[in-house]
Write a protein that binds this ligand. Structure first.
Ligand code: PMP
Length: 385
């Protein structure tokens, strides 16, 4: 049996056919600039507002609290730059985040530190979850912003956002979460978690790429990251990518309607693969928290093999997965997320992330279990490690 199996849904998802159709239809009939006052502009603007209302429904907030961006990276950068301007204005203040955030936060932290801004990173335990006692030690009246991701893109570990938000507010800090990987998989509620800011990206939940969302609670500090226009009430300059925003809105509607059935389906596939791997392959470690985990994410380390070799062999069998490694200038660095969770460097080198999506089936899992044990066996036989 040979098939094509896409198990890299945390990297990006295929656009839902409903989204694709809506985007194509809008693309062929609506071309006006959504900021124009004439009929063409108003038609385009109606699509943006339709999306705003769908997104607000999904995130449990008011449509006026939604700003469309180019993605979660921009939304994350915007929030950290807001904190920077507060700290600079007050001449004091501190940011608290974690060691396992997405690079759009980790690199921003690095940049802010070069400007002399203090940013503390709360550590995580073996399960990839923030160690709450350590986090609490970092709280204090000088904290301006707390930013903790909802679910991790590599391990899938879910954080206690409601509790963290409560602790942040107790010391008067603003609370942000990067919910990019959690949307459509677990309930994400700005209201229930009492959030001040939230970021997400359309292409992670079957919407178009290059479009995302920044939720900012009514009344919280706001500074545009992209200057130069009055779009989004002066919060984000740049001509609206009308049809992509509209598509994101359709994706948000589908995510809200399908979340319960979908997360069950994702978890069932993930668990079947986890059990299949454990039953058929020796010397493996399943990474992250197995209790509080995004339903479609499974991260596994295979001892004495390179993740990249596994990835390439799986690719030859038609299976797309990812490694935690970032290939930079020819050197393969192990995943900082896995290392932050205390995983041994050698094991981190042999890790593979399988991430399921709406269009995967149980037959996909069967196929992986059919081909993976032989691949690991072959690679271990030639391994020099
Ligand atoms: N945050 C997380 C947790 C992500 O997984 C990603 C995408 N990998 C981003 C932010 C950035 O999203 P985008 O590239 O669409 O801006």
């Amino acid at each position: 049996m040979s098939r094509i199996v896409y198990l890299d849904n945390n990297a990006t998802t295929q656009m839902a056919p409903e989204v694709l159709e809506a985007v194509m239809q809008a693309e062929s009939s609506v071309f006006g600039n959504a900021s124009s006052m004439h009929t063409f502009g108003r038609r385009a603007s109606a699509l943006v507002e339709d999306a705003r209302s769908n997104v607000a429904d999904l995130l449990a907030c008011d449509p006026s609290e939604i700003t469309f961006t180019s993605g979660a990276s921009e939304a994350n950068n915007t929030v950290f730059m807001i904190a920077k301007s507060i700290i600079e204005k007050n001449g004091k203040g501190r940011i608290v985040t974690t060691t396992i955030e997405h690079p759009s936060i980790i690199e921003t932290v690095r940049y802010l530190r070069t400007l002399g801004i203090q940013v503390d990173q709360a550590p995580v335990g073996n399960d990839g979850r923030v160690i709450m006692s350590e986090f609490e030690k970092l709280m204090g009246p000088d904290v301006v912003l707390v930013s903790v991701m909802t679910g991790n893109n590599e391990t899938g570990s879910i954080q206690e956002i409601g509790k963290i938000s409560e602790l942040a507010h107790k010391v008067g800090a603003l609370m942000h979460t990067d919910a990019t990987q959690a949307i459509g998989k677990i309930e994400v509620s700005c209201k229930a978690w009492n959030l001040d800011y939230l970021s997400c990206s359309g292409h992670k939940f079957y919407g178009p790429k290059g479009v995302g969302v920044l939720y900012a609670r009514k009344g919280v500090p706001f500074m545009p990251f992209v200057h130069g226009g009055e779009q989004e009430h002066g919060r984000r300059a740049g001509t609206y990518n009308t049809t992509a925003i509209y598509g994101l809105g359709i994706a948000a509607k589908l995510a809200k309607e399908g979340i319960e059935a979908e997360s069950k389906q994702l978890w069932a596939m993930r668990e079947k693969l986890r059990e299949g791997i454990l039953a058929n392959i020796p010397d493996v470690v399943v990474n992250g928290c197995q209790e509080h985990c995004l339903p479609g994410t499974l991260d596994v380390s295979f001892a004495n093999v390179e993740g990249e070799s596994i990835l390439l062999m799986l690719d030859m069998s038609g299976i797309a997965v990812s490694t935690g490694s970032a290939c930079a200038t020819g050197s393969l660095e192990p995943s900082y997320v896995l290392l932050a969770g205390g995983l041994d460097v050698e094991l981190a080198h042999g890790s593979i992330r399988f991430s399921f999506g709406r269009y995967n089936t149980m037959e996909d899992v069967d196929y992986v279990i059919e081909v993976l044990p032989a691949i690991i066996k072959r690679l271990r036989a030639i391994s020099t490690r």
